[in-house]
Design a protein around this ligand. Structure first.
Ligand code: FAD
Length: 478
């Protein structure tokens, strides 16, 4: 009979997927242990560094994670990077099983000439910066010089970024957990125009309905669509979208109809001269444009050239194509933000098989595949969260994906397929000691947490995050 209380699963990554996975392993099984390894001294991944500061209700999920972290069978190793402080091989050898839950730490590039000039950033960099991620707290932007911004991409991250830029000015972020440093920089902005540019039509944008509706009502901004793009977006859809057959329409058609209802009420313009000086930020929902060149002056972005596109294809399957006859368009800007997606990376090419076509771990239902196999799994190796699914979906979807993975783990535990590891904790502690890694325990994190909340209260904010790893470690050494 196997000692199930000696089954210990290591989870690489202390974001939502790491905590959802831990919670389910610990509740499915009343003996197994879980160790979470998180590279930062601060847990919760994108709930802390992605979710926008004005979306505080979403962050309440942290209360759930807190409860999990108090389970005596869970141990948290913060400030430990797997692949640097401890190798993937060492983790694999020392634990009964390993779950890779380390998210997506890179971003997609536009892949066009000029993209590497100054004042071109990814949405991920901007989001990390205003949310106080230690690796991005010194992003080189001088917002006082920024008047026109192009944001390429039509997903929720693009909306988050645009909304935060607007709300920073209206004072609506003052009591949130946005960092004091980034907020004071954002308040210096002189933004006149934000161009939110999508490849496809206005109706096909990826924004979720709830986010889009809230965005279109943001105070402190005027919203515009451009007449020609509006008409071209609708022409392509009218034949199916707004017909009498809406009764039997699919969910997607209904969503598109609601999107249309918002868009049709926005002011239409044909050029920037039509806008009277209104002392508000002008947000332009631009559509059917693909960037092909970033232009610069003195090393800083000055404008972006776009091809005008046309939509082709069956309803719901439409793709955007460059139509030479429609010509090009140039949009002037002092800041270009590409919000075209996060991207995962392989932290150990030898240990972790990679699905190169989708840039994620090669797996079957959350079980890591054997190298070069499409269906044979490796018992004891798993994936959950964005490194499993690719960087898509909100927290609920991430949680559902974790359940699929943990069902397999539970199955393997019940079939005695995982090897008990007696002394993994001593071995890991020994390795960390030898390498002088200052691991942050959950009690340590709670000390940091209390400090941040207290510092926030002094300034009538929810919290003031520590944005420097050394400062956090210093606090713990006291
Ligand atoms: P992550 O949250 O990225 O967590 C991964 C963790 O792994 C991180 O803590 C990272 O530091 C750690 N890590 C990375 N490499 C290593 C390593 N080598 N060793 C140890 N640790 C490592 N969802 C909503 O429901 N509502 C929202 O409002 C919302 N807003 C969002 C806004 C943005 C800008 C983004 C990008 C996402 C948003 N989401 C939102 C989606 C949500 O954040 C994701 O579904 C979720 O965070 C994915 O969880 P994850 O654990 O896979 O990845």
């Amino acid at each position: 009979i196997q000692d199930l209380d000696q089954i210990t699963i290591a989870i690489v990554g202390g974001g939502p997927a790491g905590f959802y996975t831990a919670k389910k392993i610990l509740s499915d099984n009343d003996q197994a242990h879980v160790h979470i390894f998180e590279k930062l001294p601060f847990p919760y991944g994108l709930v802390r560094y992605g979710v926008a500061p004005d979306h505080q209700p979403i962050k309440k999920i942290i209360n759930d994670f807190k409860e999990v972290s108090h389970n005596p069978r869970l141990k948290f190793y913060g400030n430990v990077t797997i692949g640097r402080d401890i190798s993937v091989k060492e983790i694999t050898e020392n634990y009964s099983g390993v779950v890779y839950s380390y998210g997506a730490q890179n971003d997609k590039k536009l892949g066009i000439p000029g993209e590497n000039v100054k004042n071109v950033f990814s949405g991920r960099e901007i989001v990390n910066w205003y949310n106080g991620h230690p690796d991005y707290c010194n992003l080189p932007i001088d917002f006082s010089k920024i008047k026109n911004i192009v944001i390429v991409g039509n997903g929720n991250v693009a909306l988050d970024v645009a909304r935060i830029l607007i709300k920073a000015k209206t004072g609506e972020l003052d009591d949130t957990d946005i960092t004091a440093k980034s907020l004071s920089e954002l308040k210096r902005n002189n933004i006149e125009n934000i161009f939110l540019v999508g490849r496809r039509g206005l109706i096909q944008a990826q924004f979720s309905m709830k986010e889009f509706r809230a965005f279109s009502q943001t105070k402190g901004a005027n919203f515009y669509v451009w007449k020609d793009e509006y008409e071209r977006s609708l022409n392509e859809n009218s034949k199916w979208e707004f017909s009498d057959q809406m009764n039997s329409a699919t969910r997607l058609a209904r969503i598109n109809k609601r999107r249309y209802d918002i868009i049709k009420n926005l002011q239409q313009i044909q050029n920037l001269n039509e806008i009277q000086n209104n002392f508000q930020i002008n947000v332009h929902l631009k559509a059917l444009l693909s960037p092909f060149q970033v232009n610069s002056e003195n090393g800083y972005v000055s404008s972006v050239d776009f091809n005008r596109n046309i939509l082709k294809g069956e309803p719901f399957e439409q793709k955007s194509f460059v139509e030479e006859s429609l010509g090009t368009e140039n949009i002037k800007c002092d800041l270009l933000i590409r919000c075209i997606g996060y991207e995962s990376e392989n932290i150990d090419g030898i240990q972790i098989p990679w699905d190169f076509s989708n840039n994620k771990i090669a797996h079957h239902n959350g079980c890591v595949l054997q190298h070069n196999s499409k269906d044979k799994i490796q018992i004891g190796k798993y994936a959950s969260g964005w490194v499993k699914t690719g960087p898509i979906g909100v927290l609920d979807q991430t949680m559902l994906g974790c359940i699929e993975t943990t069902n397999n783990i539970e199955n393997h535990i019940n079939h005695l397929a995982l090897v008990p590891k007696k002394d993994c904790e001593e071995k890991i502690n020994q390795i960390l000691k030898e390498r002088k890694v200052e691991a942050v325990s959950i009690q340590d994190w709670e000390k940091i947490d209390a400090y941040e909340i207290k510092k926030g209260q002094q300034n009538k904010k929810i919290r003031e995050k520590i944005i420097n790893i050394e400062e956090a470690l210093e606090l713990l050494r006291l």
